[in-house]
Design a protein around this ligand. Structure first.
Ligand code: COA
Length: 455
């Protein structure tokens, strides 16, 4: 399948006009002009509280990532008019969903200079990204966030929770199975390659993952100039009895110089393809010499480590939002995935940008697809446009929606990572309890979604 090229998508004219009225130039950055591109990266690094890009970092940071569209907002009236006062970048990537994949508009690098905050620049950029993606035919957008309070207003919902682990190695102990493969050290170059290869093989197994790119794994392996003390990164991999690489682990040991037996091992990346690989690599970390604590983040909420240790109270899990999604085209997004139960519900959706607003009838089939139809005002759900069957017409469905929710909440629930029943209990959505429970059951896959990288 030929994926849409994000750089071919023009800057959104509405946001361009809105910002021009404030004397700002909103445009795509010409990545062929390396000096201009580096200026944009200087703005991104500054926005994320990093140092100025100098020395060896210049060559790496002047290299645009293939397939990305970089937006800059320029103010001609400042001392450094060539450095954008705001940035964002985006690209089209596969998003894993139950039963398949869906092209997603990924958004990253959202910054506004401290000198230009609070003027609606981020709003213009985010709305511009969503309109541009919707106009280009994308059904969903996604991002990972520095602060949870930023993106709900644009219709994003926290869809993929992930967990952080803090393991007291001595208390937790080890109860994992014996495996017949081997754990071996690899060079950092090999580590980056192994992480990428295994991740690419496993990412479609659950909803929530996107395709990573080489630099992401080079950063995990400490090979990027953007990583402090990169040479402290170590790597091991798991090779099964047939000689296949089934997992890779990037980690650092932070030595405790006052008490050598109290060092901490931090897992930077752990990707595994088989239960044996997970047991072997977690076992390697938890049983590491001189290590009293193992920490790991971006782990799935059902990480097997809880059951691999002897005393699970020695392994403390903290669950937090990680992957955020925003449905742009409701029928297309719902039709891209399979469902865990049959449901027939009518949703009244509100959308701050109007992209998905309206009343929708959603009929899912167990282990199968979905029919989505728009219900016109005054029309009963059973006679909605996609041609409801007689049986459905007799089912008593009415024009009154069963569930009322914002697109942020539907996006949060889309992969089954956020329970609609929980949102109902919290008053974040409204509706009939049985209908919410039915849709919730349909949306929940056998395994929760996961997203093992930042983007
Ligand atoms: C977050 C950031 C992009 C906001 O930029 P900004 O141009 O000041 O934002 P805007 O003026 O367009 O504000 C848009 C909305 O977000 C709200 N907002 C801005 N910063 C916020 C914050 N830190 N927390 C909660 N809400 C915030 C505003 O109140 C405004 O709300 P409204 O339009 O619903 O009334 C900017 O502070 C920044 O660059 N931060 C550092 C980098 C970063 O964290 N980027 C986000 C990466 S995921």
């Amino acid at each position: 399948m030929i994926r849409l090229s994000a750089p071919s998508v023009p800057a959104d004219p509405t946001s361009k006009e809105r910002l021009a009225a404030r004397g700002l130039d909103y445009r795509t950055v010409d990545t062929a002009d390396r000096a201009a591109f580096l200026n944009a990266m200087q703005a991104v690094t500054r926005g994320f509280l990093g140092p100025e890009i100098t020395g060896a970092a210049v060559a790496e940071e002047s290299e645009p990532t293939e397939g990305r569209r970089y937006i800059g907002i320029f103010d001609a009236g400042i001392a450094q008019p060539q450095v954008p006062v705001a940035t964002t970048d985006s690209w089209v990537t596969p998003l894993s969903v139950p039963g398949g994949e869906l092209d997603m508009w990924a958004i990253s690098g959202v910054t506004v200079a401290g000198t230009h905050r609070g003027r609606g620049i981020a709003r213009a950029m985010l709305e511009g990204e969503l309109r541009a993606a919707a106009d280009a035919g994308l059904a969903i957008a996604g991002l990972t966030v520095t602060e949870t309070t930023l993106y709900g207003r644009y219709g994003f919902g926290a869809a993929v929770p992930m967990s952080t682990w803090t393991i007291d190695t001595r208390r937790a102990g080890w109860a994992g199975p014996d495996v017949d493969g081997r754990v071996e050290f690899v060079s950092r170059e090999q580590l980056a390659s192994d992480l990428g290869r295994v991740h690419e093989r496993v990412r479609t197994r659950r909803g929530g993952e996107i395709a990573a790119w080489p630099r992401r794994w080079r950063q995990a392996a400490g090979l990027s100039t953007s990583v402090k003390d990169g040479d402290h990164a170590r790597g091991v991999r798991y090779v099964d009895a047939d000689g296949e690489v089934r997992g890779a682990l990037a980690y650092r040991v932070i030595e405790n110089e006052r008490e050598f037996t109290q060092s901490r091992l931090n897992i930077g990346a752990l990707v595994t393809e088989t239960p044996d690989a997970a047991a072997a690599l977690w076992g390697y970390a938890v049983q590491h010499a001189l290590v009293a604590e193992v920490t790991a983040s971006l782990r799935p909420t059902d990480d097997p480590v809880r059951w691999l240790v002897r005393d699970e109270r020695g392994a403390v899990q903290t669950i937090r939002d990680h992957g955020w999604l925003r449905i742009l085209d409701l029928p297309q997004a719902l039709q891209a995935r399979t469902y865990s139960a049959a449901a027939d519900v009518t949703l009244e959706v509100t959308d701050p940008l109007g992209l998905t607003s309206g009343t929708w009838r959603v009929r899912t089939a167990l282990d199968g697809g979905v029919e989505v139809s728009r219900v016109s005002p005054g029309e009963s759900a059973a006679s909605a446009e996609s041609g409801a069957s007689g049986a459905l017409a007799e089912s008593g469905a009415t024009g009154v929606a069963d569930v009322h929710l914002g697109i942020a909440e539907l996006s949060a629930a889309y992969l089954g990572g956020t329970p609609l029943t929980g949102l109902l209990a919290a008053g974040r959505i409204a509706g009939d309890t049985a209908a919410v429970a039915a849709l919730d059951a349909a949306l929940r896959p056998a395994q929760p979604p996961t997203l093992s990288i930042w983007y």
